[in-house]
Design a protein around this ligand. Structure first.
Ligand SMILES: [Zn+2]
Ligand SMILES: [Zn+2]
Length: 792
């Protein structure tokens, strides 16, 4: 604070300092320079295109009434592709007007053909409701748009099925309601011209794999009625959108990715908090503040925490009179940032702290509007909040945005940064890196943020744990025939055979028939393994659910469990009932589960033989058991004790990528035999940390195992596996991009300024072995051997 000018807080819409000057003052604050890169994202002038000749004048006039004078180039291009009958995905930035790209061909068709219909799918009811308002606002005759979801009153449903020609719904309703009731929907499906899939990047992993089959079931029903709709998909920018869209729909899809919409200029700084001196006595931020999972991070803090750094930056920008929004991953974290910023401001000028607030969940609509008003009028200058989707506040046009920790995907990063910038004014965005390999990599590799995207939306429709139940649903809708096998893709025949063997399907000359009275129960968002309910003992109140896979880690007896910033301690985990009983308690320790994991190779799908190095993709069986937990002081990280647990083992059949190295190649690279386990273990941790660079997963979706000698490979081996039964596509993506992925992993380790390994490079918050052994220099040697031998 000492270097800041005297706080000159301006109310109203006065502009603060220019972003470049503001950034100069912020970075001059401490000893070293925490800024690793500054990117000037220039203002972009939009490239308009003429209305396509096929767009009827009535529709042009309707858009013009809404202020759309002409489409942008990318909108016109995607719209024409779709109007000509091609399946298309438009993958451009936030607020680039993707909706016009599908509204234009869909509505033009509805106007031209009074019988045609359109089905629109959004991942959430709220988004569908937004789109309904937009389409209804065009006021086109005979379109009769309507939402059809779980909230639609029974009385209105029949009217919608009969009369609406633009139905907005979500994949869950399509799966549970529309497809099983296809007979009632036959009139609508028979005339279906377009299927719009909005925000399709949200259909990833196991959920995405389920949705892929729901769409195949939809295509199958349409085909039975003689319809062959065109699919138009909208996505955030991502790597290889055409392939992802092809996997999702099972159709060839053309991608439009050139964004021609205008945008304001942003000065975007990448900020790495400094390493702390070894004897630092800076009071630690509570370890649990950084997010529910991060609650396990208790490792000795070697960098200044991102929360602390963000709080200081927030205080400094507010002192400069700059309206600032800070995004923090957890609610508790947002409160810590706001509290620290308030304290720093009050120390400088008593009372100034009042102009900073934290956004907590559960605000009423009026309270949110009040917050919005206060920030826009400058009564409030700083707000610390969780991500934009939860915000529910329409806040744009801020002068600065601080992003505390990489939000996981480039799409979210740009969405958050996009809150900065008023028309015609430059804004500042700062990404503050957390102590994590991916954040560290990104602040040292700006091209991964500002260059061409590499992270792809991945899903795996061939996952047998998804395919079999989806085929069962399809069989209820209409008997399966050999002609359907190609539609459902690889593994469909095997899955059908298994369903026959299990007595679920019966084979007759005309196809495979569902044998039971009741429909199969299939939850699209199920993660395999029933979720465990978290219940407060005293009140019987259901606090939430934890997926089965994580429950042993997070809800074992004695575990400290955080829910919306409140601390609970688990009394009992009843796995038979799928329920954990907890009580409110905020002890001054955190808990850390330890597990033992065993892995065996079931089969190899594909491999690359690269001399002393082998790279493999295949099925594995993972057996793991949570055996104990440590209690550690939050303030110091000191271990209080280790307590045994009595939990059953769990088995997971999934997909893994793994690499092997010959012992000789390791020896000649200078890795001592005794250091091989630590070298492989460190490489495994960093590789898991960097995989989200290549695929839209987070490190909690994946697991790993490394060993100096694995019985199945008979060599030093590192395994990285999907944490979901049957695989979710992440390991497959890792295998497909192995050299780029491991190159990034190697660079992340080598470029970290620490001596012996830290949470920014090779330590993992979820290590079952307490981050022991780890050898940072040898991990680099291991990865060098792999990269030297592996073809690019
Ligand atoms: Zn490090
Ligand atoms: Zn580990």
């Amino acid at each position: 604070m000492e270097s800041s000018a005297a706080p000159t807080v301006s109310a109203g819409h006065d502009s603060g300092p220019a972003p470049v000057d503001l950034l100069r003052r912020l970075r001059a604050r401490g000893a070293g320079d925490p800024v690793t890169h500054v990117e000037r994202v220039p203002a972009r002038v939009g490239v308009p295109a003429p209305w396509p000749a096929w767009a009827p004048s009535e529709l042009r006039a309707a858009f013009a009434r809404r202020g759309v004078v002409a489409p942008w180039q990318h909108q016109a291009e995607a719209a024409t592709l779709a109007y000509d009958g091609g399946h298309v995905i438009v993958a451009t930035g936030t607020a680039s007007g993707k909706s016009l790209a599908y509204q234009l061909p869909a509505l033009a068709t509805l106007l031209a053909d009074p019988r045609a219909t359109v089905l629109y799918l959004a991942p959430t009811k709220a988004l569908a409701a937004d789109q309904l308002r937009a389409v209804a606002g065009l006021d086109l005759e005979g379109v009769r748009p309507a939402c059809y979801d779980g909230d639609t009153p029974r009385a209105e449903r029949e009217w919608i099925r009969r009369h609406s020609r633009f139905v907005l719904t979500n994949p869950d309703m399509l799966h549970h309601g529309i497809l099983p009731g296809h007979a009632q929907w036959s009139g609508f499906l028979r005339r279906l011209a377009y299927v719009v899939i909005d925000e399709c990047h949200t259909y990833r992993g196991v959920f995405g794999s389920h949705v892929a089959h729901v769409l195949r079931r939809l295509r199958r029903q349409c085909a039975r009625f003689g319809a062959n709709p065109v699919f138009v998909l909208a996505s955030a920018t991502s790597g290889d959108p055409a392939t992802a869209a092809g996997r999702l729909t099972g159709l060839p899809v053309t991608a439009v990715t050139e964004d021609a919409s205008p945008r304001g200029g942003v000065t975007f700084a990448l900020w790495e908090p400094p390493l702390l001196p070894p004897d630092s006595t800076s009071p630690p931020v509570p370890a649990q503040a950084a997010g529910d999972h991060d609650a396990m991070t208790d490792l000795v803090q070697v960098r200044r925490s991102a929360l602390r750094e963000t709080a200081d930056l927030l205080a400094d920008t507010v002192a400069e009179g700059v309206r600032t929004l800070a995004f923090v991953r957890s609610r508790k974290g947002a409160e810590v940032v706001a509290a620290n910023a308030r304290r720093a401001l009050d120390d400088a000028v008593p009372g100034l702290g009042d102009r900073v607030a934290a956004y907590r969940g559960g605000y009423l609509r009026e309270e949110r509007r009040e917050l919005e008003r206060a920030l826009l009028h400058g009564d409030l200058l700083g707000l610390a909040s969780t991500n934009a989707l939860e915000l529910g506040v329409d806040l744009v046009g801020l002068d600065a945005v601080l992003i505390c920790g990489y939000p996981g995907t480039r799409a979210s990063l740009w969405q958050q940064a996009g809150r900065a910038g008023r028309s015609g004014q430059e804004a500042l965005a700062v990404l503050v890196a957390r102590d994590d390999p991916l954040d560290t990599y990104l602040v040292h590799h700006p091209e991964a943020i500002f260059g061409a995207p590499v992270e792809a939306t991945v899903l795996d429709p061939a996952n047998p744990y998804v395919l079999a139940p989806q085929l069962a649903c399809a069989a209820v809708e209409a008997p399966l025939t050999p002609a359907d096998l190609a539609l459902f893709g690889d593994g469909a025949k095997e899955a059908i055979d298994q369903l026959v063997e299990a007595g679920a399907l019966r084979q007759r000359p005309t196809g495979w028939y569902w044998r039971h009275r009741e429909r199969p129960e299939v939850d699209l968002r199920g993660e395999g393994g029933a979720p465990v309910c978290v219940v407060e003992s005293a009140t019987g109140r259901l606090l939430g659910t934890v997926d089965g896979g994580s429950s042993h880690f997070l809800l074992h007896p004695g575990a400290v469990y955080l829910h919306q910033g409140v601390s609970y301690v688990v009394d009992d985990l009843d796995l038979a009932d799928g329920c954990a009983l907890v009580h409110v308690e905020e002890p001054d320790w955190s808990t850390h589960a330890r597990d033992v994991t065993d892995l065996s190779v079931v089969s190899v799908r594909s491999y690359v033989d690269a001399g002393p190095v082998g790279m493999f993709l295949g099925e594995v069986d993972v057996t793991s058991q949570v055996v104990s937990y440590q209690r550690r002081r939050i303030a110091t990280g000191e271990v209080i004790d280790t307590r045994p647990l009595d939990l059953p083992t769990r088995e997971l059949r999934t997909v893994a990528v793994w690499f092997t190295l010959s012992p000789r190649s390791l020896a000649s690279a200078g890795v001592q035999q005794a250091d091989v386990p630590g070298a492989l273990h460190a490489a495994e941790h960093a590789a898991i940390g960097l995989l989200p660079l290549m695929a839209t997963c987070d490190r909690w979706d994946i697991g790993g195992l490394s060993t100096a000698l694995h019985p199945d490979t008979e060599a030093p081996t590192v395994f990285v596996y999907d944490g979901h039964p049957g695989g979710a596509g992440f390991a497959e993506r890792a295998y497909g991009t192995a050299s780029a992925w491991l190159r990034a992993t190697r660079d992340a380790i080598a470029e970290c300024g620490c001596e012996t390994g830290c949470p920014s490079c090779v330590q993992s918050p979820k290590c079952g072995n307490g981050n022991n052994p780890l050898s940072k220099p040898d991990a680099i040697r291991v990865l060098d051997v792999v990269l030297q031998n592996l073809p690019a």
